[in-house]
Design a protein around this ligand. Sequence first.
Ligand SMILES: N[C@@H](CCC(=O)N[C@@H](CSS)C(=O)NCC(=O)O)C(=O)O
Length: 369
Amino acid sequence: MSGALLRSPSLRRPPLRLSAFPSRPLASASPAAIRAALAHPSVRLVDLRRADASEEIGGRFATCDGALSAVWDGERLTHADVLPADRSTPLLLFCRSGRRAAAAAAFLRREGYARALCGGGPADAAAWEAYGTRRREYELRGLRQLLDPASHTLSYLLCDARSGEALLLDPVAPHAARDVGAAAAAGVRVTHAVNTHVHADHLSGSAELKRRVAGVASVLSAESGGAADVRLRAGDVLTWGGGARTLRALATPGHTAGCLSFYDEAMQAVFTGDALLIEGCGRTDFQGGDARRLYESVHRELFTLPPETLVFPAHDYKGRSYSTVGRERESNPRLTLPVEEFVELMANLRLPRPAMMDEVVPRNLRCGE
Ligand SMILES: N[C@@H](CCC(=O)N[C@@H](CSS)C(=O)NCC(=O)O)C(=O)O
């Protein structure tokens, strides 16, 4: 059977019951219905976009406080388990214009989320207005989020159009050509390949980028014990983009001994490596890992940032794109535990060792050489 036939909705799904849907199933809810949903104490907001400059309108990425990140692949939510298990929870879905949200809301209603509503998006001014004070705007300043599906690593291309420079955070070796191409497409050239830590699950792309682009500097923390062109310490500020752009290194050890997070205050964003993940955190069972240290450093360095700060982790295993400091501080299921319970939980995760660890850690101590 052809792929097209296999994907045909009519063959895989029961026929639609129109009575189960709003009268305009592929339109956004009315502003009044959006306001009513927002007033519900257990409503969950779901953003179906990647936090990526391609989703900006007029140079601004607009979103809503507390929104969950989820992925709509055109047919389904790729990881439905990011949603609340209780299917009676009211869900207000949004994207850029409301198109993806409308299709996803209809899908979720079929899946039993009877109160899933399409809440439009920032390109639908009437619907977006209804979100009132929950709306928030960011300048992503040319950010591109790039995924390695094999290791679920999220790399970040930060572009500075004015200087023509770009910085790559946590590049993955097999994707060096893609990353250089993404920079070229944005009209910029990579100058820095920054590693939040010595990764254990994939080979750092820093060395491969250096081979492909003259003048790239690899960056790693000094505390990691590794070698790099630039070795940073906590509190150091990495300046790039012709001097116009900065990343402040925050010490967030505990997943490994030398983990740094990078704060871009102008972007209102923090790149957390494997220290803070969306609704999770990095494991602490190798490379100088220490659960208590992780807990304390995340609470001290990250949870004290402004709550609206966007959180960009180096991994997500459920396809999510971003979170915020406020959301993680309030509801991260691990890091909201009392410290002793957190330490015990982390000691009992029983995760398998990353398959490539023995091969990649020695090389990542040299930024992938
Ligand atoms: N299965 C993967 C490794 C998965 C894993 O261990 N992820 C790490 C980050 S990469 S070292 C982690 O900290 N996970 C936390 C968690 O709760 O999952 C592989 O084989 O490479």
